[in-house]
Design a protein around this ligand. Structure first.
Ligand SMILES: *Cc1c(COP(=O)(O)O)cnc(C)c1O
Length: 376
């Protein structure tokens, strides 16, 4: 059994819907419209409807989506963008690539999201954007972030790469999908994301039709009409084949979220209360779609636990081992150890256990038994 345990089981997920996927793939291949085929428009439309949003534009990957968002919002070199120190590198990379200045912000220890109480202090007359990252599948506190952003006339880009399908719950009880609350939401269809394709893919969501149009133009070489370029753009397209696959998988996204939530619930119930382990906190203002099930391990025992489980054939991952402000490539911005104590602490404490849509009960039992075994 041990050899079978994986962080993510993409093979079983595919096999479950194989006939549908294979047919769509073959249609796409035989249709030969490999770039911008009808499947791309069809999927963009499905994605727009699913998220109840005014505009959905597909692109090549989630990193491009972030870049295109910042280009569409007219961020200029030297402008400052506030971004959590604890995130995947892509969020920060495009800020740097566009000549913008990342202003790191610390995160909240139990929900892993940017700490909105620290926002006001970071805002200067150069601040143009805030990028909340809905890390591991749960929304950041959007109402708190938006109220500050509105007050200072700052754009909000939601990095929704890990939270497609999660819902933000407003104080009045109304809900909106992650990525549809700020000015632009970006997402990724990397295979292990909650909605994953068979390669790279990404998309941008916005409630602003004009902005959506601009996003579309920028993602397509700055052209509305072929060979007439009204903006400096990029070449960032979702393949027809990937769109065909995604249009099918989107129909199952709610089921996938449900399966992930079931796995998380069982981990929660059986791991809660273990001395030295903290299960992931659930924010009252969001549903959680658990792209990752990430615990915090106290007393410097995280690495020991990882090796212990590895010896039992149980894979785990550390998302992320180094905060962005301490990465070699980002030293030019002048941050140092101690600047963001929570992010730094999390990098030493977090561990993600296997979670996916095809988890077998006996496999999860074995994983849980061994985690408990380590602490007892
Ligand atoms: C995966 C991911 C991205 C980048 O997506 P790609 O499609 O791999 O470019 C950006 N931000 C976060 C938080 C991610 O998890």
């Amino acid at each position: 059994m041990n050899n079978e345990i994986q962080m993510v089981d993409l093979k079983s997920q595919y096999l479950k819907i194989k006939p549908e996927i294979d047919e769509a793939l073959l249609n796409a291949v035989e249709g030969v419209a490999y770039i911008n085929g009808p499947q791309v428009k069809q999927f963009a439309n499905s994605l727009r409807e699913f998220n109840k949003v005014a505009s959905a534009v597909t692109c090549a990957n989630g990193t491009d989506a972030l870049q295109i968002a910042m280009m569409a919002l007219d961020f200029k070199p030297g402008d400052e963008v506030i971004v959590p120190a604890f995130t995947y590198i892509a969020t920060v990379e495009v800020i740097a690539l566009l000549g913008l200045v990342p202003k790191f912000i610390d995160v909240i220890e139990d929900t892993f999201e940017l700490d909105h109480t620290k926002l006001e202090n970071l805002i200067s007359d150069k601040t143009v954007g805030i990028i909340p990252v809905h890390l591991f599948g749960q929304c950041s506190n959007m109402e708190a972030i938006l109220s500050i952003a509105k007050k200072h006339n700052i754009a909000v880009i939601e990095d929704t790469a890990q939270a497609m399908g999660a819902e933000y719950i407003f104080n009045d009880g109304s809900k909106l999908f992650a990525g549809t609350i700020g000015d632009i939401g970006t997402t990724s269809f990397f295979p292990s994301k909650n909605l994953g394709c068979f390669g790279d893919g990404g998309a941008l969501l916005t409630q602003n039709i004009e902005l959506g149009e601009k996003v579309h133009i920028i993602a397509n070489h700055g052209q509305r009409k072929k060979y007439y370029h009204e903006a400096i753009g990029v070449n960032s397209r979702l393949d027809t084949i990937q769109a065909a696959i995604l249009d099918i998988k989107l129909k199952y996204l709610n089921d996938y979220s449900f399966e992930r939530q079931k796995v998380a619930k069982k981990y929660d119930e059986l791991l809660n209360g273990l001395q030295g382990l903290n299960i992931p906190a659930k924010a009252p203002y969001s549903t959680h779609v658990y792209n990752q099930y990430t615990c915090r391990i106290e007393n410097n025992r995280r690495d020991e636990l990882k090796i212990y489980l590895q010896d039992k054939g149980i894979p785990t991952m550390i998302y992320y081992p180094v905060p962005v402000h301490l990465q070699d490539a980002y030293q030019v911005y002048g941050y140092k150890e101690g600047d963001f104590p929570v992010a730094e602490k999390l990098c030493k404490e977090v561990i993600s256990f296997p979670i996916h849509t095809e988890m077998k009960a006996e496999v999860q039992d074995y994983i849980i038994e061994n985690i408990i075994g380590f602490f007892n």
